[in-house]
Write a protein of this length. Structure first.
Length: 495
C-alpha cells in the first residue's frame, strides 16, 4: 500500500514539474516573440519611409519633373591667326621692341592665314512657360553663335537669347515649339531650410536626364563668383553640364538654378536661389538686361577693431568707406564713417548683403537708410537711382579694394581720423584686410598707416597707387607702417 501510494505521489510530482516547465518555456517564447516582433515591424516601416518622412524612392516625382528639363548645346566659331614661327632666343620682348613684333611679319610676308574651329559646350535648362521660355546660366549661352535645345522627348529647337545678366549668371532663352510645352512650378527659396531634401536634374558630361538627390547643406553662401553671391549649397551631385539645370524641392517645385561646383570637391555644389531669378524675370523679358539700384557709396565689412572705434556693438552692418559726390547718399547727407544697419526696415548683416538689398530696389524709390554715427542712430531718406557701369568704376574713388595683396586702403580724412582715432590727419590707412590674403599672412592689420612702399614715401592714395603699380611691386612689396605709436616694416609676398 505504501509503495503504491509513493508511486502515485512521484507520478503527480513529475506531472507538476512538467506543467511548470511547459508554462515557463511558453512564457519565455511569448516574451521573445513580443520583443522580436517590434523591431521587425519597425524595420518594415523604415523600408517605406526614412526618419525625416521623405519617401525612399523619388521615381514618381522624377517622372513628373523630367519633361520640363532640357539639354542645351552651344557652338562658337573660334578664329586664330597662324604662328609666326620659332621664338626668338632673346625672348618675345626683344623681338617686339626692335623689330615691331607682328607688324614686321605683316609688312614683309603678308597676313598669315587664319584658322577657325568650332568650340562646343553643353549645359542644362528648364522650361518656365508653355510657349518656350527657358531659364539657364549666362555662362552656358553668353558667347555662343548657335544655341540648340533638346527636349526630353528628343525634339530639338534652335534658341535665341532673350535676356542675360552676367553678375548673377542668369540667362533667359526662347524656343518656338510646335505644341505647348511642359513647365516647372516655382517654389520659394526663402523657405528652404538647411537639411531639406533637394533633387537636381541635368545633363552632366552630356549624360541626359541625370537625376541626383541630396540635402541643402547651407544657404547664403558667398563664393566669390560676383557681387551678388547668395548661393544655396547642396550635396546633391552637380557636375559640368549640370549648369543651368533646376534644383527641385521635395514637393517638386524649382528652388534653385544649379550653377557652380568646387574643383576637386565632393558633395559641394551651388545653386542660385529661384527667388532671385523670379525677381529678374520681368526685366529680362522686356529689356534683355537687369537694372539695379544705386546709392553712390563704397562700403566694407566691419572688424572688431573698427566696431570698438566706431562705438557700436558687434560687427553687423556695413561701413561707408566713400561717398560719391552728387549721388543719392551724398545728397541725403550720408558720410564716410557711417555704419548702415538697415535699409527700409531690413537688417544689413554685412557689406555684401547691403549690395544685394540695394540692387533689388526699384529705380526712383525712396528708402529709409538707418545709420549709426558717433554712437547715435539716424535715419536718412534716400532716392535710389540706377547703377551704371561708369558709376561702378566711380565707386572706387578714394578707396583701393582688396586687389593689392588683399588690402583695402583709403585716404585719411578728418572724419575717418576721428572715427578710427588716428593721430595722423593725412596719408593712407588700411581699412580692411581679406582673410587668408598675403597681406593678412604678413601681419598687416586694419588701422595700419602706410608710410612707405618699397622705401618711397606715401602721403596720399595717389602715391600709394603709383608705387603699387610699378613692376617690382607686383610680386612682392616692403611696407613701412605705423601702428599706434610705433612703426615697423612688413614684407608681403604675392601668392
Amino acid at each position: 500500500m505504501n509503495i503504491e501510494r509513493g508511486s502515485k505521489q512521484k507520478f503527480l510530482l513529475y506531472w507538476l514539474v512538467f506543467l511548470i516547465c511547459f508554462f515557463v518555456i511558453s512564457l519565455v517564447g511569448v516574451v521573445r516573440y513580443s520583443f522580436a516582433a517590434k523591431p521587425s515591424k519597425l524595420y518594415r516601416l523604415a523600408s517605406t519611409r526614412d526618419a525625416s518622412g521623405a519617401p525612399v524612392s523619388f521615381a514618381d516625382l522624377v517622372d513628373k519633373l523630367k519633361p520640363a528639363v532640357v539639354n542645351i548645346s552651344t557652338s562658337k566659331v573660334i578664329r586664330s591667326g597662324g604662328s609666326r614661327g620659332p621664338r626668338s632666343p632673346f625672348g618675345d620682348d626683344f623681338f617686339d621692341r626692335f623689330f615691331g613684333g607682328e607688324e614686321f611679319f605683316r609688312r614683309f610676308f603678308g597676313d598669315s592665314p587664319q584658322r577657325q574651329f568650332k568650340q562646343r559646350s553643353l549645359g542644362s535648362g528648364f522650361i518656365i512657360s508653355k510657349d518656350g521660355y527657358i531659364f539657364t546660366n549666362n555662362h552656358v549661352v553668353e558667347k555662343a553663335d548657335k544655341i540648340r535645345v533638346r527636349l526630353s522627348s528628343g525634339k530639338e529647337y534652335d534658341a535665341r537669347i532673350v535676356g542675360k545678366d552676367a553678375k548673377t549668371d542668369i540667362a533667359l532663352i526662347k524656343i518656338k515649339p510646335v505644341n505647348h510645352l511642359p513647365v516647372v512650378e516655382f517654389g520659394d527659396s526663402e523657405k528652404l531650410r538647411v537639411g531639406d531634401w533637394v533633387i537636381a536634374i541635368g545633363n552632366p558630361f552630356g549624360l541626359e536626364q541625370t537625376v541626383t538627390a541630396g540635402i541643402v547643406s547651407a544657404k547664403g553662401r558667398v563664393i566669390g563668383a560676383g557681387p551678388y553671391d547668395n548661393f544655396i549649397q547642396t550635396d546633391a551631385s552637380i557636375n559640368p553640364g549640370n549648369s543651368g539645370g533646376p534644383l527641385f524641392s521635395i514637393d517638386g517645385r524649382v528652388v534653385g538654378i544649379n550653377t557652380a561646383i568646387v574643383a576637386q570637391g565632393q558633395g559641394i555644389g551651388f545653386a542660385i536661389p529661384i527667388n532671385m531669378a523670379k525677381e529678374m524675370l520681368p526685366e529680362l523679358k522686356t529689356k534683355g538686361k537687369v537694372t539695379r539700384g544705386w546709392l553712390g557709396i563704397s562700403v566694407q565689412d566691419i572688424t572688431e577693431e573698427m566696431a570698438h572705434s566706431l562705438k557700436i556693438k558687434g560687427t553687423e552692418g556695413a561701413l561707408v568707406a566713400d561717398v560719391i559726390e552728387g549721388d543719392p547718399a551724398d545728397r541725403a547727407g550720408i558720410r564716410t564713417g557711417d555704419v548702415i544697419t538697415e535699409i527700409n526696415g531690413k537688417k544689413v548683416k554685412d557689406a555684401h548683403e547691403l549690395l544685394r538689398l540695394v540692387a533689388a530696389i526699384h529705380i526712383g524709390k525712396k528708402v529709409d537708410v538707418k545709420i549709426i554715427r558717433g554712437g547715435r542712430v539716424n535715419i536718412f531718406p534716400v532716392v535710389v537711382t540706377e547703377r551704371k557701369e561708369s558709376k561702378e568704376l566711380a565707386a572706387g574713388k578714394g578707396v583701393v579694394p582688396g586687389g593689392y595683396f588683399g588690402m583695402t586702403v583709403q585716404n585719411i580724412t578728418p572724419q575717418l581720423a576721428e572715427r578710427m582715432r588716428l593721430a595722423e590727419k593725412t596719408g593712407v590707412v588700411v581699412t580692411g584686410v581679406r582673410e587668408g590674403s598675403p597681406a593678412q599672412e604678413a601681419g598687416v592689420k586694419a588701422r595700419d598707416i602706410i608710410l612707405q612702399v618699397n622705401k618711397a614715401k606715401i602721403a596720399s592714395l595717389k602715391d600709394f597707387k603709383r608705387e603699387m603699380s610699378k613692376k617690382e611691386a607686383k610680386r612682392a612689396v616692403l611696407l613701412l607702417v605705423k601702428r599706434g605709436k610705433s612703426a615697423k616694416y612688413i614684407a608681403i609676398q604675392g601668392s
